[in-house]
Design a protein around this ligand. Structure first.
Ligand SMILES: [Zn+2]
Length: 269
């Protein structure tokens, strides 16, 4: 899926002759910028990209945004491109939170600020409604404060998400999530970036809700196994489940929860 092919298709369905010719005239330049996007994102330098007012293209900002809203996300092109990008997410789950159902595409670089990337496929991320709502249109000004880019930031090849399990006085179990520097050496800028990403999408709070329910639903079963077969046997069972989950994904809320449960089994039981 290339931006050139997308723009050619958009120009073909555009009836206004003037607009059609402006789109055709802009294809090479938009392609050039999309290639630049790819280079910068690959080197984690997307924050250095200049916003719209410095881009020399004949289409206005509104025209560029309309390529997406009036053509790309509607009719025959919706089927050809939009739906295919939407279907990239694993099991239809949001790649940002891993919980919500993907419902639309998010412009990683907001189209209101970077309209040149309105229909650049590598700038379009499948996302759930909640995550999309939390990510406001803001310029990306530095590496640390910009959210993770699902196509360029591979952060599941090492463990960075951990959970603390606490028992409140009234007996309730509370789970708190955090970016963990102690498991593997993470450089400080990546550590800050992971924190700002989780804070932007309020992932720690979201994970805590999921984890509290998971513990409440399984606690009786874990207690029965510990009573009948001993705590060590229960830990072995939980370790097997953890290995299976880590082989799938290392930094989901449930994987981090199981890592923590094994270490804090006495608090829970
Ligand atoms: Zn989400």
């Amino acid at each position: 899926m290339s931006v050139r092919e997308i723009l050619t298709d958009i120009s073909n369905i555009t009836r206004d002759k003037n607009k059609k010719s402006q789109i055709c005239d802009s294809i090479d330049l938009i392609k050039e910028y999309s290639d630049k996007y790819d280079d910068l994102a690959t080197n984690h330098n997307l924050h250095t990209f200049i916003p719209y007012d410095k881009v020399e293209v004949s289409l206005t900002s509104t025209d560029l945004q309309k390529l997406y809203t009036n053509s790309f996300s509607k009719g025959s092109l919706k089927e050809k491109y939009y739906s295919k990008i939407l279907a990239l997410s694993k099991d239809g789950k949001c790649p940002i939170c891993g919980i919500g159902q993907v419902s639309n595409l998010d412009h990683y670089l907001a189209k209101t600020i970077y309209p040149i990337f309105s229909v650049t496929p590598i700038n379009l991320i499948p996302i759930c409604r909640d995550c999309n709502f939390k990510k406001r249109d803001k310029p990306i000004i530095n590496y640390v404060d910009s959210p993770l880019h699902p196509y360029y930031d591979d952060i599941d090849n090492f463990i960075w998400l951990s959970a603390n399990i606490l028992k409140k006085e009234e007996g309730n179990i509370v789970v708190e999530y955090f970016v963990d520097k102690s498991i593997m050496e993470i450089d400080n800028s990546l550590y800050c970036k992971l924190n700002s990403h989780c804070n932007l999408y309020r992932l720690f709070e979201l994970y805590a809700i999921q984890a509290t329910t998971e513990v409440a639903e399984n606690l009786d079963a874990w207690k029965r196994i510990a009573f009948k077969e001993g705590i060590e046997k229960l830990k072995d069972i939980l370790k097997d489940m953890l290995i299976s989950r880590e082989n799938f994904q290392k930094n989901t809320w449930i994987t981090a929860l199981f890592r923590s449960i094994i270490d804090h089994i006495n608090i829970i039981l």
